[in-house]
Design a protein around this ligand. Structure first.
Ligand code: ATP
Length: 140
């Protein structure tokens, strides 16, 4: 089995999408291994999104990601990383509403920035992001 880091971003939590998203997670065969609601600060977001620190949208990304609490979850199943990415849909939630109307971002996101959920994009980022929120977790 594989683990990935899923996150419900501030717009997802504030919009009360948590229960719907969790239903999709469970219904899709994921096991929720850990979960944590936390208010990120600028330093946390800078670390989490270090790869985007030179991008023009970075100041907006910090404002968005610190605008309220997030819910981080460790999801486990076979092919968890790519299956969760497939469920959430494309980065741009506006585009998702057209091209992937059944995706989670189509349901609760509103733009290329405010896309309501996150998913790790590789085994390497899953490991880094899981330890960012949860430290070391023993297998099974
Ligand atoms: P995430 O890493 O959050 O799952 P992603 O991998 O689909 O999203 P990235 O390209 O890694 O997308 O961008 C990280 C986050 O930065 C996006 O989820 C979004 O919130 C924000 N973002 C990305 N592109 C833009 C943009 N052009 N304008 C504003 N915000 C953006």
């Amino acid at each position: 089995k594989e683990r990935t880091l899923a996150m419900i971003k501030p717009d997802g939590l504030l919009g009360n999408y948590t229960d719907d998203i969790k239903k999709i997670i469970i219904g899709s065969g994921f096991n929720i291994v850990r979960e944590l609601t936390v208010q990120l600060d600028e330093e946390n977001v800078t670390l989490f999104y270090a790869e985007h620190s030179a991008k023009g949208f970075f100041p907006n990304l910090i404002r968005y990601m610190t605008s309220g609490p997030v819910l981080a979850m460790v999801l486990e199943k076979r092919n968890a990383i790519s299956d969760w990415r497939a469920l959430i849909g494309p980065t741009d939630a506006k585009q998702a509403k057209i091209s992937h109307p059944n995706s989670i971002r189509a349901m609760c996101g509103s733009s290329s920035e405010r896309n309501c959920v996150h998913g790790s994009d590789s085994q390497q980022s899953a490991a880094r992001e899981i330890s960012f929120f949860f430290g070391d977790i023993p297998p099974e």
